[in-house]
Design a protein around this ligand. Sequence first.
Ligand code: DC
Length: 251
Amino acid sequence: MRYYSIAIDGPAGAGKSTIAKQVAQRLAFIYVDTGAMYRAMALYFIRLGISAEEEEKINRCVKDADVSIAYGEDGVQQVYLNGENVSGLIRTEEVGQMTSATSRYAAVREKMVSLQRELAKKASVVMDGRDIGTCVLPGADLKVYMTASSKERAKRRFLELTAKGIPCNIEEIERGIIERDERDMNREIAPLRQAEDAVFLDTSEMGIEEVAGSILELFEQRKKTSVSGQNTEGDFRTCGIPEAGTGRRQA
Ligand code: DC
């Protein structure tokens, strides 16, 4: 069976998940929100009272956190942490910052990357995150790097929160976004960056339909020429995790 994969990477709030969901739906592929998986893991650390700086403790605990995903009848991804559906608990600013801070550790990334590659072996996927094109699925049929200005991203987040009746401040949101970008782009292991063969899309001035439409078009073109069918190539070295299985980087 030939499975396809589309990798969408980019900073927080660029619209990746909205677009990835739409594209997946239109192609009848599975949408994998990898950020939600890292968030579930971060929630586990928060619950244990571990701080983001305690790398040793985090390395020890990673193996006890069973993170999995499943899809409801509506096709929406649900994230489970040790059997508990935590999808409704992982979207807070606290969890977001903890996720960004703990996703820099090799042990965390190694576990998540393995899970994500397993998913892509069993189905055609649209996967979004920070390192999908550069690390998780280096052989993806289509890679997209999606971004928007921090102002525009803050505005979108502000509107989303306001619509939910959550009081917020747009400058504070923008500061949080810039802080998270900084960390995600400058960490040692699998930092956020555009893969060499990724298509760059600035969504600041584009509507959802337009972005989704261009990705679908690009994919149709790629499909004609794509031959590999192997979307899980590459080992952990592509992710800056030299010694798989240890959760530790070599000196
Ligand atoms: O996409 P998101 O906001 O849910 O992601 C939360 C954090 O998880 C993000 O700040 C960095 C981390 N992350 C990552 O390191 N690698 C991924 N593939 C996805 C998310």
